[in-house]
Design a protein around this ligand. Structure first.
Ligand code: SF4
Ligand code: SF4
Length: 105
């Protein structure tokens, strides 16, 4: 079906693997319009698992290592990666854990 071929977050029907998008990435048909390929999500990922593909769109090289921290969504000013329920909680946890450090500065 056409959406299986376009949506890289879905497993390929032909058996060869394709890299998934970061959690919360908008659907493929919107991504190319929204994403500028700026690389901010690549820079911010604490696990260093985001890279840009040949179209300069974000892909995750090791989804199992993703901590669902939400930083990639938070940094994307284009709305190409949106916070999900899971990554919103991850971001809140991270911001709370940063508070004592920020107070100490
Ligand atoms: S931060 Fe957003 S606009 Fe920039 S490369 Fe990542 S997804 Fe694309
Ligand atoms: S949610 Fe966090 S760990 Fe996962 S890809 Fe985005 S920035 Fe990296």
């Amino acid at each position: 079906m056409w959406y299986k071929m376009r949506d890289r977050s879905l497993p390929s029907s032909e058996g060869h693997s394709v890299l998934p998008r970061p959690p919360g990435t908008v659907r493929e048909w919107r991504l190319a319009d929204l994403c500028t390929g700026c690389g901010d999500c690549v820079e911010v990922c604490p696990k260093a698992i985001i890279t840009l593909d040949e179209e300069r769109l974000p892909v995750v090289t090791a989804l199992e290592a993703c901590g669902r921290c939400g930083l990639c969504a938070d940094v994307c000013t284009r709305g190409a990666i949106e916070l999900t329920r899971e990554t919103r909680l991850g971001l809140e946890r991270m911001q709370k854990s940063d508070l004592p450090e920020q107070r100490a500065v």
